[in-house]
Design a binder for this molecule. Structure first.
Ligand code: DGT
Ligand code: CA
Ligand code: CA
Length: 573
C-alpha cells in the first residue's frame, strides 16, 4: 500500500471527526500523522513489515502506530468503518467544494440535513444556505458555482490518472501482430490537464481480430459497443475508451481528426472548403473527390502550406495562422530541461533522503536541482515545529561535498502574509540561493487586496520565484481572485519567474495562463514539488502545460545551464 493511500485513511478519519465535532486535539493528531506519512519519504508498508517501531517517528504516537499497522495488514481501519456508519455515504463529497471545510459541512448536515452534492446544489438553488449562521448570499453563490464546476470537471480524469491506462492499452494493442500503426489520439495526445475519455486509432489487416483483442484487455467494466471498425469500452475505473481501426491510406487523416480538438478540426475544414476541398477522418479530397492526402498528418498540413502543428497546440488559439506564416513557436522539450527548481524536502529529511534525490536528478540528466526547506506557515504551524533553517542549509552544504557534477541550490518556500510581507526576515532569506514565495492561506481575499498582497511581495528583492500564482486546484477550486496580468507585468519588471507547479492536480500556472502571460515577457520556472525520487518524474506534466502554453525554451529558466542560472540569480540581487 502506498503512503498516500495510508494517509488517506487518517485524512478521512480527521474529516469525519471534525464534521462530528470531536476533540480538536485528536483531529489535529490524525492530520499531522497523515502529513508525516505522505511527506517523510519512508515506505510505511515496508516499515510495518520489518517490524520497525513507528512511534519513534515524529507525529506518530502509539495509537496511530497501531492504526497504521492495522491498515497495512488488513487494508481496513475498524474505527473508520464504524464512524462512516454515522453519516450519509457521500458526506465527504461536500469537502471537495471550494469554500466548504469540515465546520461548514457540519453546519450544512446538522441544520439542513445535507449529505450529498445533489442535496447541496438543491439547497443552494433554493437559497436555504444563506440563512444559516456563518453563511451569506456570497458564500451560497460560491458554493453553487463550486458544485457546478465539480460536476463538470469531476467526471473527467486528471491526465496523470489516465496515463497508466493509455500506456497499458497501447502496450496491449501493440502485442497483437495484425495491428500495424497505432496511436493514442484525443485530448490525451494533446496533453490536456484533464481527459474525458481515451481515443485510440490503429491500422490493421485484420480489423475484427483487432477488435477482439481490444475487448480482451484486462480491467474492462463494460463493452459498450463492438463493431468491425470501432468499439467502445468502459474500464473498471469508469474511464471510457474509443478504439478505431482505419486503412493505411487514412491513418494520418483519422489520427488528425481524432486528435482534435474539435475547434481545430473545424478551422481546418473551413480552410479546405475555401479551396474547394473536403476533409474528414478518411483523408483530404479535391473537387473530383480524389484523395490528395491522408496517410500522414505531416502531408495534410503541408498540403495547406502550413508547418506541422504539434498536438499540444491544436486548440484553435491562433496556431493555424501561425503555421501558415511559418511562425509557430519552437516548443520547449523534455530534453531541454537542465534541472528541477522546486523540490520539497520532507521535515525529517536526512543525508540519505537527499542522496536519493540527487542520484535521481543525475539519472534524469539534470545539472542542478533546488531543494527547498518545508517551512510554509501552513505546514509548520499547528503545534508542529519545522527544523531550523540553519539545519537545512548545513545539510545541503554537506551534500554538496558528497556530490560533485551537480549544482545543489538551497531553496526556501515562504508564505506571503496577508499584508504582503514574507513570513521570514530578510536576514533569514539572505542565506538561501532561491526564495520561492507564494500564498497558501487567506485565499479568499478580494481581487484588489489579493493582487496588492502579491505585488508587495514581488517588490522584495530577495524573491526570485512566485509559487503557484493562481492558487488553483483542478476540479476543486478555480484559484484566487487576482489580476494575473498585472502580477505578470510586475514579475517581468523585477526579473521574477512565475512558477509552473507540475503536481498533476495543481498545474498552476496552466496552459491558458502561460499562453496569455508570456506576452508580457515574463519568464517561467518549473518544479515537480517532489518530496521523494518517485515524484520527480512528474515534472513532465508541467512541461506539457508549458508546451500547450506555446512556451519556447528561452522563456523557461530550467533550460539555462548552471552558469546562466547563477547569473540570473545574481542579477536579481
Ligand atoms: P475529451 O475526451 O473530452 O477530453 O476531449 P477530446 O478532444 O478527446 O474529444 P472526444 O473524445 O469527444 O473526441 C475526440 C476527437 O474527435 C476530438 O478531439 C475531435 C474529434 N471530434 C469529435 N467530435 C467532433 C465533431 O463533432 N466535429 C469535429 N470536427 N471533430 C470532432
Ligand atoms: Ca477523448
Ligand atoms: Ca472519445
Amino acid at each position: 500500500m502506498s503512503n498516500s493511500e495510508i494517509a488517506a485513511f487518517f485524512k478521512e478519519l480527521a474529516d469525519l471527526l471534525e464534521i462530528k465535532g470531536d476533540n480538536p486535539f485528536r483531529i489535529r493528531a490524525y492530520r499531522n500523522a497523515a502529513r508525516t506519512i505522505e511527506t517523510s519519504g519512508y515506505d510505511f508498508t515496508k516499515l510495518v513489515q520489518e517490524g520497525y517501531d513507528l512511534s519513534r517517528l515524529p507525529d506518530i504516537g502509539d495509537r496511530i502506530a497501531k492504526k497504521i499497522a492495522e491498515i497495512v495488514t488488513t487494508g481496513k481501519l475498524q474505527k473508520l468503518e464504524e464512524l462512516k456508519k454515522e453519516f450519509p455515504p457521500h458526506i465527504l463529497d461536500l469537502l471537495k467544494i471550494e469554500g466548504i471545510g469540515p465546520k461548514r459541512a457540519r453546519a450544512l448536515y446538522e441544520k439542513l440535513g445535507i449529505g450529498s452534492l445533489e442535496e447541496l446544489r438543491k439547497a443552494a438553488e433554493e437559497h436555504r444556505i444563506r440563512e444559516l449562521p456563518g453563511f451569506d448570499v456570497k458564500t451560497e453563490e460560491k458554493i453553487l458555482k463550486g458544485v457546478v464546476l465539480y460536476k463538470k470537471e469531476g467526471k473527467r480524469f486528471l491526465y496523470s490518472q489516465a496515463e497508466p491506462f493509455a500506456r497499458a492499452l497501447y502496450d496491449h494493442l501493440k502485442k497483437f501482430p495484425a495491428i500495424q500503426r497505432l496511436s493514442v489520439a484525443g485530448s490525451f495526445r494533446r496533453r490536456k490537464e484533464t481527459v474525458g475519455d481515451l481515443d485510440i486509432v490503429a491500422t490493421s489487416e485484420d480489423p475484427l481480430g483487432a477488435m477482439d483483442h481490444f475487448t480482451s484487455f484486462a480491467g474492462i467494466g463494460e463493452v459498450v459497443s463492438k463493431g468491425d471498425t470501432r468499439s467502445t469500452i468502459i474500464l473498471e475505473n469508469n474511464l471510457q475508451v474509443d478504439f478505431r481501426v482505419v486503412s493505411d491510406a487514412s491513418f494520418g487523416a483519422a489520427l488528425h481528426y481524432f486528435t482534435g480538438s474539435k475547434a481545430h478540426n473545424i478551422a481546418v475544414r473551413k480552410m479546405a472548403v475555401e479551396k474547394g476541398w473536403k476533409v474528414n477522418e478518411y483523408g483530404v479530397f479535391d473537387e473530383n473527390l480524389q484523395r490528395i492526402a491522408g496517410t500522414d498528418e505531416e502531408e495534410i498540413y503541408a498540403l495547406f502550406g502550413m508547418e506541422y502543428i504539434e498536438p499540444e497546440l491544436r486548440e484553435d488559439r491562433g496556431e493555424l495562422e501561425a503555421a501558415k506564416a511559418k511562425r509557430l513557436p519552437r516548443l520547449v522539450r523534455v530534453e531541454d530541461l537542465r534541472g528541477d527548481l522546486h523540490l520539497q524536502l520532507p521535515v525529517d529529511a536526512d543525508a540519505d533522503t537527499i542522496d536519493k534525490l540527487i542520484q535521481t536528478a543525475k539519472k534524469l540528466g539534470y545539472r542542478y536541482l533546488c531543494l527547498c526547506a518545508k517551512t510554509s506557515k501552513l505546514f509548520c504551524s499547528h503545534g508542529r515545529s519545522c527544523p531550523p533553517l540553519q539545519d537545512h542549509l548545513k545539510m545541503l552544504e554537506e551534500a554538496r561535498k558528497r556530490h560533485k557534477g551537480i549544482h545543489i541550490f538551497a531553496g526556501v518556500d515562504v508564505e506571503i502574509l496577508e499584508d504582503g510581507n514574507l513570513a521570514y526576515s530578510d536576514e533569514e532569506l539572505e542565506a538561501f540561493d532561491l526564495v520561492i514565495a507564494g500564498v497558501e492561506e487567506d485565499l479568499g481575499l478580494e481581487k484588489e487586496a489579493q493582487t496588492r498582497r502579491i505585488l508587495r511581495a514581488l517588490e522584495n528583492p530577495r524573491v526570485q520565484i512566485l509559487a503557484h500564482p493562481s492558487c488553483r486546484i483542478i476540479a476543486q477550486r478555480n484559484g484566487c481572485s487576482l489580476d494575473l496580468e498585472v502580477i505578470a507585468q510586475a514579475a517581468a519588471h523585477h526579473g521574477i519567474c512565475l512558477e509552473i507547479d507540475a503536481r498533476p492536480e495543481r498545474l498552476d500556472l496552466n496552459d491558458a495562463h502561460i499562453k496569455r502571460l508570456r506576452e508580457y515577457g515574463v519568464r517561467f520556472s518549473l518544479g515537480s514539488l517532489a518530496s521523494n525520487p518517485e515524484e520527480m518524474d512528474r515534472i513532465r506534466y508541467g512541461l506539457y502545460q508549458a508546451r500547450r502554453g506555446w512556451l519556447e525554451a528561452e522563456s523557461l529558466v530550467n533550460t539555462l545551464d548552471p552558469k546562466e542560472l547563477e547569473a540570473w540569480l545574481k542579477e536579481k540581487e
